[in-house]
Design a protein around this ligand. Structure first.
Ligand SMILES: Cc1cc2nc3c(=O)[nH]c(=O)nc-3n(C[C@H](O)[C@H](O)[C@H](O)COP(=O)(O)O)c2cc1C
Length: 319
């Protein structure tokens, strides 16, 4: 994205980056960059407050977190103040995040975020495709339209954070990169639904990820590295330095951390950074650049067979 960072550990958009103080704590703990908590469409937030039961069924964890944990309406004006103050407080890149539902609402606002000094904008494009009348093509078009609108209005780099639920992620990723995305964040982890069988009602699933969830983004980072025309930020299931190493070898430009920081505290950023350095020393890598993509499918001797070979190896190991 053209941003200068001291290390590839980025604090993902979440409650840990919701204020200037929080951002300062992330920087003090050693983060390479932070993505601010997403700003959600006020109208949606208002609706969700009134219809929380509906909201738990249909929306994403971050929106609920926004309402429940922040307990306030951090409106667009307050969000601009967070950017302004965070930029004064730290020297690492501060990336603003917008949860876009429709291009009309947010695109002009993106300009103000950049105007306040956000180093980049991450579009958190989280659409629940639950309307049977909308085709896959229509939903994807919405992603391209929002991106095109935003990139036409701002001169800072724009990243797009998506979920994994597309028929052709490779095609979508390529088109987003050609459509002006400076980076793709793979993947967002959406709200999981559960049922409380004692109260017989819908309940929130577990908000934090498990380390085993790394494999889905790992696959796509390794498959897309070198094939799309933008950077790749890995998100979901990265809980330790091993996860960071895996993602960098697969081809991630940076790694985003969230659940592990909720579980183990911000001080784990320093630990992960030290363990990453120790691993690099132990394996003869002088820089993160040298590691990046060493195991991506593009670097494989036979990219066509890459996945098939991994699959066969996995089966041989089990059977
Ligand atoms: C409590 C909580 C709040 C979150 N809020 C946001 C948000 O506002 N915007 C966003 O793009 N992602 C949000 N996320 C998703 C994270 O940024 C991240 O993509 C996801 O948790 C997967 O990464 P992990 O396995 O490191 O947790 C949130 C996650 C959690 C757990």
């Amino acid at each position: 994205m053209g941003l200068e960072i001291g290390n590839p550990l980025v604090v993902a958009s979440c409650g840990l980056t919701k204020s200037a103080d929080a951002v300062r704590r992330c920087a003090d703990a050693g983060a390479g960059a932070v993505v601010l908590k997403s700003l959600f469409e006020e109208q949606v937030v208002g609706e969700m407050k009134e219809q929380k039961q509906y909201a738990t069924a249909a929306w994403h964890p971050e929106a609920l977190d926004y309402i429940d944990r922040m307990g306030i309406d951090l409106g667009p004006r307050e969000y601009l103040a967070v950017i302004r103050e965070a930029k004064k407080a730290v020297s690492i890149p501060v990336i603003a995040s917008l949860n876009c539902v429709s291009s009309a609402v947010w695109t002009s606002y993106a300009k103000s975020l950049a105007g306040e000094g956000a180093d980049a904008i991450e579009l958190n494009l989280a659409v629940m495709p639950s309307d049977p009348k909308r085709t896959a093509g229509e939903i994807e078009r919405m992603y391209f339209d929002v991106l095109a609108e935003v990139t036409s209005k701002v001169d800072v780099p724009v990243a797009v954070k998506i979920g994994p639920y597309f028929t052709s992620i490779a095609r979508l990723a390529l088109e987003l990169s050609r459509g002006g995305a400076a980076a793709l964040v793979l993947f967002n982890r959406f709200y999981r639904i559960d049922v409380d069988i004692d109260r017989i009602e819908l309940s929130p699933g577990i908000a934090l990820s498990e380390p085993a969830e790394i494999h889905l983004p790992l696959r796509w980072i390794s498959l897309l590295s070198g094939r799309v025309e933008c950077d790749l930020a890995a998100s979901t299931g990265i809980h330790d330095a091993r996860g960071v190493v895996k993602m960098l070898l697969a081809g991630a430009t940076v790694t985003q951390l969230c659940s592990t920081l909720y579980r183990n505290g911000l001080e784990s950023i320093g630990r992960i950074r030290d363990e990453l350095s120790a691993w690099m020393d132990g394996h003869g890598f002088e820089s993160v650049e040298a590691m990046r993509g060493a195991l991506s499918s593009m670097k494989s001797a036979d990219p066509e067979l890459y996945e098939r070979i991994q699959y066969i190896k996995a089966l041989v190991g089990v059977e």
